[in-house]
Design a binder for this molecule. Structure first.
Ligand code: SAM
Length: 283
């Protein structure tokens, strides 16, 4: 019963989000510059090679389009939610989706062979799992990668140098702005992730929703709520690390390198390195 409930928690918020994913922009979706960083890993591990194997965690359309440029690669897409796989498939532009292998399953429990993949890709993935499962996630990646393989993934991290936004500052920053998708993506990301102390911690969207509701009389907030309703599913949670602590947690398994980030990501200047693409090679 308890296990069922937990899996439901991982699936349900995405059922709602799948419908509005096309309105989701940076930072939740990868930009061209971020895909260019992923491409460096693809070039190194897939270019000019036959019979390579790529595993994508989640059904991210941009990653599936990217790997379609490497004809020797067999692509496996693994996501716990078939609604998301199907919705994301509609957003692909180049991917040969009929040639992909789709697995509906939990990254923590996938029945995959050891040392099987040349490359594993994932755009904000383990952040969706509770902290107690993060180590297992990385042990799985380690087990499923060939010894010579690589994991490339965008990880959302906090940094010691970040200072928090206040709610008033956030509301003020919205005055006179065009409330389009890019604005709403940034507004909700700051609100959910950057209002409190930025240590390794659980992000609870409902906390930000409560603040918005409390300030509903503020004309800007009321306009934002009308326009975007709840832009993030109110029952969504993420589990975010300080970059230095994350590196230490996986340090015995991987050599972890921040391979690059988009300096023009849709976030205030001080947070622009919140989501680098990391390359992990096996130790
Ligand atoms: C790739 S993630 C990234 C999306 C978003 N950028 C974010 O910040 O969370 C989203 C996908 O992960 C899937 N997912 C979440 N937890 C999962 C799990 N334990 N196993 C497999 N797929 C999972 C969801 O169904 C969803 O399609």
């Amino acid at each position: 019963m308890e296990k069922k409930h937990k899996v439901k928690n991982l699936i349900r918020p995405w059922d709602d989000w799948a419908k509005s994913w096309e309105h989701t922009t940076s930072p939740s979706r990868p930009t061209k510059a971020e895909i260019a960083v992923y491409k460096k890993a693809c070039d190194k591990y897939l270019r000019g090679r036959k019979n390579t194997r790529v595993l994508i965690f989640g059904a991210t359309p941009e990653l599936r389009d990217l790997v379609s440029g490497y004809p020797g690669a067999q692509v496996t897409v693994a996501d716990i939610n078939m609604v998301m796989i199907k919705a994301m498939t509609l957003l692909t532009k180049k991917a040969k989706t009929d040639k992909e292998v789709w697995i509906k399953g939990d990254w923590i429990r996938l029945p995959l062979p050891e040392k099987h993949f040349d490359l594993i890709l994932g755009d904000f993935t383990f952040e969706n799992l509770p902290f107690r499962l993060h180590r297992k996630y990385f042990e799985n990646v380690h087990r499923w990668l060939k010894d010579s393989g690589c994991y490339a993934g965008r990880f959302f991290v906090f940094r010691e140098k970040y200072s928090p936004y206040s709610f008033d500052e956030l509301a003020l920053s919205a005055r006179g702005k065009k409330l389009d998708s890019a604005f709403l993506n940034q507004f909700w990301t700051i609100g959910a992730f950057f209002l409190g102390r930025m240590k390794t911690k659980e992000i609870v969207v409902a906390d930000f929703v409560r603040l918005l509701e409390k300030n509903r009389k503020n004309p800007v907030i009321s306009k934002i709520l009308k326009q975007g309703s709840y832009f993030f599913p109110p029952d969504k949670r993420w589990f975010i690390w300080l970059a230095s602590e994350l590196k230490a947690m996986i340090g015995d398994l991987f050599l972890a390198r921040e391979a690059g980030y988009d300096r023009r990501i849709n976030m205030p200047k001080q947070y622009r390195d919140l989501a680098p693409v990391w390359f992990l090679s096996k130790k």
